[in-house]
Design a protein around this ligand. Sequence first.
Ligand code: GRF
Length: 202
Amino acid sequence: MSRKNVDQKVKTAVLISGGGSNMVALVQAAQAPDFPAEIVLVISNRPDAAGIAKAEELGVKTLCIDHKNFKTRKKFEQAMDKTLRAHGIELICNAGFMRILSPWFVGSWRGRQLNIHPSLLPKFKGLHTHERAIEAGETEHGCTIHYVDEGMDTGKIIAQAKVKVLPNDTTEALAARVLKAEHKLYPQILMQIASEELQTQN
Ligand code: GRF
């Protein structure tokens, strides 16, 4: 990450496609005066994402960049990239963002884009992770924060939080337990990465 302008906080965008509960956790944490990152912008690729209204209620600027309005993935990503740069964004947190990103976009934001995934990677990449963890008879499950690379859920792991899989666990109960862990871990990691970034620059 290289900062051209040394501001007090790392300008961060959150990308969402749905409910946005991780985004809310990030925004609320970042409202603390001494938090090293500022959530400047929340972008949704879906106009019906429930997270948009939640971000607005929290006073964060929101934008919908609907991928369906673009003829190609490249054009959609160019619009996102342009918007992110126009807002001086230095760090992106994907939080339930459900679009596959091309090598072009990934390369443009390498080392500056995080994702949260609801499993203990490298186990259970992709979808339906809770169901698959139960089916596989796992006794531990959890979430992972990683840098985004060209693969699906393959980027360098930054941190994980574990939860127990209980006997007779349901997908819903396990999902709720993991989500709670996500809400704790993501703000912690954003704080850590943004602090490191500020220290490097000062
Ligand atoms: C989370 O489980 C996250 O790990 C995954 O998608 C879900 C998003 O939930 N990538 P929310 O939109 O943050 O509530």
